[in-house]
Design a binder for this molecule. Structure first.
Ligand code: SF4
Ligand code: SF4
Length: 431
């Protein structure tokens, strides 16, 4: 059991006082909208965390409100006092995790998922899709005898919306260094991501090609691993720290201008690496240097401005931004600038683009019903735009939007596409 002092340290107790309980964040919070409870709003959650940190409420009282939080951080963008809800949220998750007494089978399964599966490129690469993971690894069986039953059940729904996966040969033949045809303008390292590389390998290959055409030498450091976002959001700070160290080590071996990713959630986590280490330590300094180089693909393509698009794309498009790209990285304009650069395309903004789609890491697996309520609101917005394509910038959002299309019977009418794949469709060539 953790004592009060430890709880206060983990939840960043001093930062709780930045919240003046004004309630400006309430309209921005998807779970407050769908659950209609103060305890499931940012303000209510912060208040509860404070009560637990002061010994006025039990950790157990925190569990449901925090576990139902998407971690979308929309509340941070509207808060007049700049409450660092991300730190409070992850600290609260850690406290809950510390107090969790789990059955041995569940703990074993969780350990496998977080410590062996996501960090292993071999596992992720060869497994290829979540359904296969559940069937072949024995996880499905383990999950069915534990509290992960619901998770296994809902993973099956995602099986139907899996993208086309590459053959093992394509993965093996991938080059770890590519050079531009013409003038070399920059050298970058590409962060492949775990889910991104397993499920959206072709999007990763397209990302490398767009960088190359823009004049970048692209390196793919071998020792890289999962970014740790899922671990942080599950309260597994120590595992997240270990993954961060492995990534910092792997990318330190290359002398590059940027570390590029195409997954909004991973990019945000990697810019938060310094928060995982104590200030004034060597690892904190190394994490700061690493984080300063992290860029989303859209930022780099706009900065290099090295592409022309030769193929008109007759699509009516709407854009569903990744919450973490928008709310943590504050990258809003660059993806839209690239969309508008594609000839033939017509872009219609969602009424509420900054409203989470309900994916949120594995939220849609562990909180399926709550996630679907949020997704249904998103799909109503999509349908009202009368577009035929939803563009996203994160693998979780992409799968969730595909699920939304299927759930609302819109297959054949609407398609969900990663921004990078759309740009490749537009016949990019070097300027
Ligand atoms: S988190 Fe910010 S916006 Fe929300 S109640 Fe607190 S101070 Fe107000
Ligand atoms: S992170 Fe998102 S779901 Fe959680 S309190 Fe903030 S706005 Fe609400």
């Amino acid at each position: 059991m953790t004592n009060l002092k430890e709880i206060q340290e983990k939840v960043n107790y001093d930062k709780l006082f930045d919240c003046v309980q004004c309630g400006y964040c309430l309209p921005a919070c998807p779970t407050y909208e769908t659950m209609e409870r103060e305890t499931h709003s940012p303000r209510g959650r912060i208040n509860l965390v404070k009560m637990v940190a002061e010994g006025k409420a039990e950790v157990e009282d925190l569990r449901n409100p925090i576990e139902k939080c998407l971690g979308c951080m929309a509340c941070m963008t509207v808060c007049p006092t700049n409450v660092e809800y991300n730190l409070i949220f992850e600290g609260a998750k850690e406290v809950i995790e510390d107090h969790d007494v789990k059955p041995a089978a569940l703990k074993k399964t969780e350990d496998f998922i977080f410590n062996s599966l996501f960090p292993s490129s071999n596992w992720m690469g060869s497994i290829g899709n979540a359904a296969w993971i559940y069937q072949k690894s024995g996880l499905q069986k383990a999950a069915q005898t534990t509290h992960l039953t619901a998770l296994a059940l809902h993973a099956g729904r995602f099986e139907r919306v899996m993208p086309d996966l590459p053959s093992p040969i394509e993965r093996i033949l991938r080059k770890r260094r590519v050079l531009p045809d013409y003038k070399l303008r920059t050298t970058v390292a590409f962060f492949t991501g775990c889910v991104m590389d397993a499920m959206f390998f072709k999007t990763n290959q397209n990302t490398v090609e767009l960088l190359r055409l823009s004049g970048a030498e692209v390196l793919m450091p071998k020792g890289q691993t999962c970014c740790g976002a899922l671990h942080s959001h599950a309260g597994k700070a120590e595992s997240a720290r270990e993954l961060a160290m492995r990534n910092i080590e792997a990318f330190d071996l290359e002398d590059v201008d940027y570390i590029v990713n195409n997954a909004g959630g991973c990019g945000a986590k990697m810019t938060e690496y310094p928060q995982l280490f104590e200030e004034n330590t060597t690892w904190h300094e190394r994490a700061k240097e690493f984080a300063a180089k992290v860029r989303d693909i859209s930022e780099v393509l706009v900065e290099l401005d090295g592409l022309t698009f030769t193929q008109p794309v007759q699509r009516l498009v709407t854009y569903q931004p990744s919450c973490h790209l928008t709310n943590i990285r504050r990258i809003c304009d660059e993806p839209r600038m690239l969309l508008h650069a594609v000839p033939g395309i017509l872009v219609k903004e969602l009424e509420r683009p900054d409203f989470c789609c309900g994916s949120a890491g594995i939220y849609n697996l562990v909180n399926y019903d709550e996630s679907m309520k949020i997704l249904d609101l998103k799909m109503m917005d999509v349908k009202e735009r009368k577009t035929n394509t939803i563009i996203t910038t994160n693998p979780g959002c992409l799968l969730q939007m595909k699920l939304g299309i299927e759930r609302h019977g819109l297959e054949g009418e609407i398609e969900a596409v990663h921004l990078v794949d759309l740009l490749m469709e537009a016949g990019p060539s070097a300027k």
